[in-house]
Design a protein around this ligand. Structure first.
Ligand code: ADE
Ligand code: ZN
Length: 341
């Protein structure tokens, strides 16, 4: 029997949630140039093509340098709204029904942009995407782990004035040397305010960082977590507690976590019964949005129809949607892609 997902168009129709997406990582070179012109910012690159050609990375830090430089042209609420609006348009076309977006406020407040400007622009785009595409969304405020914990705490205090506009806090930026334990107090404070928690861990950092994220930051999901498989005890715990892993395959290849997509451990995670999901991380920089991640993994890892449906279902169950919304999306997957009939 022919596979259901033998081409990308069927995969597009598979309802999916995107849970690991840095909105600043969706900043396409064309829009960077457009906003640079609007805001009269000089770029170090002469053209869109020249900028795109600079996207050759040797590790996470080499990417972060370009990523932070790119966002320097974001100035007002309109810019943040436009950035997110452009992402939602692409996500809707990829069959994304729900998206949880990371944003990095310190990367903006650190260069003189008000926190209110960032969150109000993003929040407006989130509301509009529900109306325009029926695509629901939520914001997750990420702390930059290479900055000190005092800066994270001050950011959280300021953010709490806008508590109704985001659902969780996360931890991103340069991982190695900045373990989750550094932010234990900040995350405890966030939890007392009713916020959920997630953290990047086990992308470049070792398994003990994943343990810390679980035990000290009490995260509901691990972002990346691909290095967890180096630790058998940790792998067993992730399975037993059904901790979701928001895996970003194309990102991992671009940042040299894996040499080639064929060597990625996503399929192994599924075979072990881990709750893995597919996400795009910083798609403007890593060569593909979420549908492209699904499709390239399908080809490189020989994912079966069952694997792909499991990944989509995992993305829904691992989301922070209310249970009735999750059921609705899971039912839609069942109705459209029932493997037993
Ligand atoms: N910020 C944006 N993308 C990131 C990634 N892949 N890891 C850590 N921080 C990030
Ligand atoms: Zn990330």
């Amino acid at each position: 029997m022919q596979a259901i997902f033998s081409d990308i168009e069927k995969l597009r129709k598979l309802p999916k949630a995107e849970l690991h997406l840095h909105i600043e990582g969706t900043f396409e070179p064309e829009l960077i140039f457009e906003l640079a012109a609007k805001n009269r910012v000089d770029l170090n690159y002469k053209s869109v093509e020249e900028l795109r050609q600079a996207y050759q990375f040797s590790d996470l830090q080499s990417f972060l340098n370009i990523y932070y430089a790119g966002m320097s042209v974001l100035k007002d609420e309109y810019d943040f709204e436009k950035l997110a609006e452009s992402y939602f348009e692409r996500a809707a076309a990829d069959g994304v029904v729900h998206a949880e977006l990371f944003f990095d406020p310190q990367a903006h407040t650190g260069r003189g942009i008000k926190f209110d400007t960032v969150i109000n622009g993003l929040h407006r785009a989130c509301k509009n995407s529900a109306t325009k595409y029926g695509l629901t969304s939520a914001l997750i405020l990420c702390f930059l782990r290479d900055l000190d914990s005092e800066s994270a705490m001050a950011t959280l205090e300021e953010a709490l004035k806008h508590k109704e506009k985001f659902i969780a806090v996360g931890l991103d930026s340069a991982e190695v040397g900045n373990p989750p334990s550094k932010f234990e107090k900040v995350f405890a404070r966030a939890r007392t305010e009713g916020l959920l928690t997630v953290a990047h861990a086990g992308e470049e950092g070792p398994p003990p960082y994943v343990w810390e994220a679980l035990d000290l930051l009490k995260v509901s999901r691990i972002d990346h977590g691909v290095r967890s498989l180096e630790d058998e005890k940790l792998t067993k715990r992730l399975k037993a507690e059904e901790i979701p892993l928001t895996v970003c395959p194309l990102s991992n290849v671009k940042l040299k976590v894996f040499k080639d997509l064929k060597e990625h451990n996503l399929k192994k995670m599924l075979d072990l019964g881990l709750k893995a999901t597919i996400n795009s991380d910083d798609p403007a920089y890593f060569g593909g949005y979420v549908l492209e991640n699904y499709n390239q993994c399908r080809l490189a890892l020989s994912l079966s129809d069952e694997d792909l449906i499991q990944l989509a279902k995992n993305s829904i169950t691992a989301s922070f949607l209310p249970e009735n919304e999750k059921r609705k999306h899971l039912q839609a997957i069942e109705n459209q892609f029932n493997l037993t009939t």
